[in-house]
Design a binder for this molecule. Sequence first.
Ligand SMILES: [Zn+2]
Length: 296
Amino acid sequence: MLKALPRLLLGIAAILAVIALAFLVYPPALQSAYALLQQDNNPRPPVTIARGVHWVGASDVASYLIETEHGVILIDGGYASTAPQIIANIEALGFEMSDVRFILNTHAHFDHAAGLAALSAASGAPVYASAADAVQLRQGGANDFYLRNFWRYPPVEVERELIDGEQVTLGGVTLTAHLTPGHTKGCTSWTFPVTMHDGRVAQALIICSLSTLTFDLVDNPDYPEIAADFARTYDTLQSLPCEVFLGAHGNWFDIEGKRARIANGELDAFYDPNGCRAYLAQSRAEFEAALARQQN
Ligand SMILES: [Zn+2]
């Protein structure tokens, strides 16, 4: 019995080593395990946010489909394992992948960009992104200032690099790119007009991300201007119209609550300017507190 114990421990160590090696050789395995733990990647049916604007993402990681007169626009690709869910949701809405004309991205992290290569391949649609995040997308998330090389994903080509304020137009719909760096160096938020179910036109905002994770906000050699970027990003977002409050993660704007309200017949549940204002104010206060802590 005593002799068998070290052998048992050795066996367990060997199994753990094999698992660790599997994650190193094949990072999507780590991302899938992470998604499972986070519960943000469970399949969900699409939700219609406004006329012709749909959530086609998973339980929490976002993906948006915008209908136009000349095909559809897709925003964000989730994890690698979210891509099949997004395709199923697009088809459930009655579209084909070949209807996708171009694909946009909020930011080049594994939970929003790992599915882009598969979605671009399935549709033949090009990806447009900010210049700074295009660097990350093309190298599959490598050398991120914070995630380093731990959360890589299939690289994806970026056909068009967008600058701050640039507009992309398709079939009568125009989206405006707003560079809101900090979470990534090229983090991009999007505004566009939508028509609510009651007929009124409202302004939608997709927030890239304001999460500071455990970033060094002070004396960060990999991103010296990070605190100034975040401050400017808050100024930008708080000056933009935000009547339909959206973002790269559904929990920021209570996707599950709004999904339930829509199911109860409250079709314009996503019209939420107060929720958007409150979220930005709260998030800014948290950022400023984190910065103050690090400066002391
Ligand atoms: Zn992120």
